[in-house]
Write a protein of this length. Structure first.
Length: 515
């Protein structure tokens, strides 16, 4: 094809995809339509971009978005050679999956590579993710996807024979377990480089909780240095660019409330960190993502099978998922509760039990005996708190930080019991979404503090929970949502009517997408 010469127009526009803007007349001349690709060249530099047709670009001019010009480094008015580009192999592979065909490694690698290099637009990525949800991935495709996601990102490269990790599939608010497990394992002399996600649909992610204590936006090199000094870390996975395709696919999954890439998403990040041994925490219950032990067993089997193919030894831990872990929900409040728990040793029994149980499994995988007891001793002797403070210091935080330094919202609203009796139900999804209405995760001070848990006895007028926010409007929205959606219900043992509800439209259940 014969190239055309255009004048470069540098646009202050970041699209997340390699896009150029072209005038309609120029598009007709080159027989280029929206979504077609072109090759752009300036001297020895070249790149491929997707074309958008628009009237805001003058005839003879090509608009270069930031994503494109990061590669070309063009100057305004500079001559750019443009030629029609062939369709990339990844598009053919996406079409194959849309037709229900099984993909090989080369097909999947091309898709993942082009996604990471911003060579696929949102429509194309959406088509791929929806096809995966419709037709599924067999175990080999899941392995290919995991390997491709690792190879298209950074790898930690720790020179350790054994590297340990834990991961929760999420769905339970207040789960600050990682803030205890990592220092326990590191204090025991095992290596645990923990990469964590920020909140997607929950009130707060592990990275958000940790960020209330220390910086988490570390590079891979900075992460490596922290682990070499302390045996552990808690950092945001998005900053270290390990398996970056996952963040791209999550943005596609979220609006559709689908999660076809759960296994490759998790295990690619673990493989990139060099993990050899992993405990998979599966909160289970009618109030959690996984509803019963049969579902938990099936999910664990899939993880174990894929883990074996990737050289990761995995054990599942089915944990209680009917109510929040501990009493605090929200980044600052959870960081405060974690510090208090490590300092005062036994203030939050369910958090201590879950953390020592998961840490105990990891310790036994590492050859230690009586893992749970050892984990509890590490907390009781203050070694876990000491290790956490060392990690905080190495990640750039204040190792002398106190629990009371974690400030929660200035405004508050109490939800009180309407009956004498006991707490009969707690809705995790309602409490998580209510905390988001209060301002989480962006507002780290937004919080819910539970005063009662399942089965606790109450008197009429007792506080069941308190909502905190720095926004009065957010506080009102959160309070109303908890009340209207029965976020916590207390009643007497003989009460059959728990709540009379007047609503015009039934609220939709929240979709939980956590990594």
């Amino acid at each position: 094809m014969i190239p055309m010469i255009f004048k470069a127009r540098i646009l202050d526009l970041e699209t997340g995809t390699s896009v150029v803007l072209m005038n309609e007349t120029d598009g007709d001349t080159m027989n280029i339509h929206p979504g077609d690709r072109v090759i752009l060249r300036i001297s020895a530099k070249s790149t491929v971009a997707i074309v958008n047709i628009t009237g805001i670009i003058e005839h003879g001019t090509i608009g270069l978005t930031k994503d494109v010009n990061d590669e070309l480094r063009a100057r305004t008015g500079e001559a750019v050679e443009v030629v029609h580009a062939p369709q990339p192999k990844s598009i053919t592979a996406i079409k194959d999956k849309l037709n229900g065909r099984r993909l090989g490694y080369d097909d999947i690698y091309e898709i993942v590579k082009d996604a990471v290099n911003k060579k696929l637009d949102k429509n194309e990525l959406t088509a791929f993710v929806v096809a995966l949800n419709a037709f599924g991935l067999d175990i080999e495709e899941a392995e290919y996807m995991s390997v491709a996601m690792v190879k298209t990102g950074e790898q930690l490269g720790l020179k350790k024979k054994r590297i340990f990790d834990k991961h929760s599939i999420g769905g339970v608010p207040g789960d600050k377990t990682t803030l205890l497990v990592v220092p326990i394992i590191a204090a025991a002399g095992l290596t645990i480089p923990k990469t964590s996600s920020r909140a997607i649909t929950s009130a707060t992610g592990t990275a958000d909780r940790a960020e209330a204590l220390m910086p988490v936006d570390l590079s891979a090199e900075e992460m490596r240095k922290v682990v070499e000094k302390t045996n552990g870390c808690i950092v945001w996975g998005g900053a270290v660019h390990m398996a970056p395709a996952d963040d791209i696919f999550i943005k596609i999954e979220y609006p559709f409330s689908i999660d076809p890439l759960l296994l490759p998403s998790i295990l690619s990040k673990k493989k990139a960190a060099g993990s050899t041994d992993l405990v998979l925490d599966i909160p289970t219950g009618q109030n959690a993502k996984i509803k019963n032990k049969e579902e938990a067993w099936a999910l664990t089997k899939d993880f174990v099978t894929l883990g074996e193919r990737m050289g990761i030894n995995i054990r599942g831990a089915v944990t209680y998922g009917e109510q929040p872990i501990g009493y605090a929900i929200g980044a600052a409040a959870e960081a405060r509760e974690a510090l208090q728990t490590l300092h005062y040793r036994n203030t939050v029994p369910d958090l201590i039990d879950k953390a020592t149980s998961i840490a105990g499994i990891l310790l036994e995988m590492g050859g230690k005996e009586n893992g749970k007891k050892l984990a509890k001793n590490i907390i009781d002797k203050g070694l876990a708190e000491q290790k956490l403070r060392q990690i905080i210091s190495e990640q750039g935080g204040d190792p002398k930080v106190k629990a009371e330094d974690m400030q929660i919202g200035r405004y508050s609203a109490d939800i009180e019991s309407e009956f004498d009796g006991r707490v009969l139900s707690i809705d995790n999804t309602v409490l998580a979404y209510s905390t988001r209405l209060a301002g989480a995760p962006k507002m780290k001070s937004a919080a819910i503090i539970m005063h009662k848990k399942l089965g606790d006895s109450v008197k009429k007028g007792d506080k069941l929970l308190t909502i905190y926010s720095d926004s009065t409007s957010g506080l009102k929205d959160a309070e109303r949502y908890v009340i209207d959606n029965a976020g916590i219900v207390a009643a007497s043992g003989s009460s059959m009517l728990l709540k009379e509800i007047h609503i015009e439209k039934m609220p939709q259940r929240g979709f939980v997408l956590e990594r």
